[in-house]
Design a protein around this ligand. Structure first.
Ligand SMILES: [Zn+2]
Length: 380
């Protein structure tokens, strides 16, 4: 059972500070008790009864509530209580914290926002040298927001407010930097998606582009899935039965599948020649990341591409065109001397999906943005 403990708590200062501007003021206008929540003590919910004065501030020329240092900016909570709630929200959902504390969802969120703002204040964004441009899907995949990571310091540094992932949405980020910060960007890792590169080239004269493994694999997977969908449409009856629900099976590596799924994959590849070919091509493309010399990678790719001939696997041909036209940036990311943590963006994407899952039902983009921006920062 929850119990409540109330403690009178005089602030005991002769003079007060204006809550608005911080100006010291003698005397006061009036005084009222305020109940303020502090850290729980075992089963006890602790409330401090604090006499809060209103003062006439000579600087603001108005009656203002006095400033009390240990109170959070969200009224009726002590600063340390707000931080405690914020810490809880790092591991638990807003709902779970609301149930545990008896606070409303909105209050939990407000206190957590306060906590995260302090985290960001304690860890200002350094000037980025290596960045990763990406997007996150929000509103169940109906909309995108551009997101930028600092790959050197391994932290997300920007989540766009503009809808979509077009040129303007990427420009917003670069325009939020100073001119010298833009010049300081040496490298950008991104998807082979036009607006990212055009925006980068327009703003960062010293940056080179890398196309990473993660996005390349994603593009390849999309191509294979298009073939699967086309086959499903083309066929009927029994032939079709083998294809249904095999998207993830086909996108996985055979050795990672459990025996039941492996069997389903083998059956599918046996009955459908085109999907079999697409699967083998997808799997063999992986070899490109084993080459350390650009010349050998090139030779491999040319051979891979020529094996597409006569196969009528149009989505894969398109993928090959894409690789061809972005070859410079792909080769750069194969360089073993490159110290940029290429896997960071992929790991971050998984982390963001977990955050979105936990924040589900809130539909508060500001909150989501803060959650992402603080997700790699140490706790306060
Ligand atoms: Zn004032």
């Amino acid at each position: 059972m929850t119990r409540h403990g109330f403690f009178p708590c005089g602030v005991g200062e002769k003079t007060s500070r204006c809550g608005c501007c911080g100006h010291r003021v003698r005397g006061w206008y009036d005084q009222r008790d305020r109940l303020v929540r502090d850290l729980d003590l075992g089963p006890w919910r602790i409330w401090l009864r604090i006499p809060v004065r209103r003062v006439f501030c000579t600087r603001c020329q108005a009656v203002k509530t006095e400033r009390i240092e240990f109170l959070a900016d969200v009224n009726r909570y002590t600063d340390r209580y707000a931080l405690w709630v914020g810490r809880q929200c790092r591991e638990k959902s807003v709902k779970a914290v609301a149930v545990e504390t008896g606070l409303s969802w909105d209050t939990v969120k407000d206190l957590d926002k306060l906590y995260m703002a302090k985290q960001l204040e304690a860890h200002p964004r350094p000037a980025p040298r290596w960045i990763g441009l990406d997007e996150i899907a929000i509103a169940s995949g109906h909309s995108y927001r551009v997101i930028v990571h600092d790959l050197e310091h391994k932290r997300p540094i920007w989540v766009g407010e503009r809808k979509g992932r077009g040129r303007e949405a990427v420009d917003d980020f670069f325009q939020s930097l100073t001119a010298s910060e833009r010049e300081g960007i040496e490298l950008a890792v991104m998807d082979m998606y036009g607006p990212y590169r055009t925006s980068l080239e327009a703003h960062c004269p010293n940056a080179v582009v890398h196309y990473d493994h993660f996005h390349l694999v994603k593009n390849l997977g999309d191509a294979v899935d298009k073939i699967r969908k086309a086959e499903y449409k083309r066929l009927d009856g029994d032939q079709r039965r083998y294809i249904k629900g095999t998207k993830y099976i086909q996108l996985s590596h055979r050795e990672n599948l459990d025996p039941r799924r492996r069997k389903a994959l083998d059956e599918l590849l046996q009955v459908n020649r085109r999907l079999n070919k697409a699967y083998l091509l997808k799997e063999s493309f992986r070899r490109i990341w084993t080459f350390k010399s650009p010349a050998w990678a090139r030779k491999f790719f040319d051979e891979w591409r020529s094996s597409l001939r006569w196969q009528r696997l149009q989505p894969l041909e398109k993928f090959a065109d894409l690789v061809e036209s972005h070859w410079d940036g792909i080769v750069r990311s194969l360089d073993p001397k490159c110290k940029v943590p290429m896997g960071f963006v992929e790991g971050m994407n998984a982390k963001i999906r977990a955050i979105q899952k936990r924040a589900y039902g809130l539909r508060d983009e500001d909150y989501l943005r803060l959650k992402i921006l603080t997700s790699t920062l140490p706790r306060l």
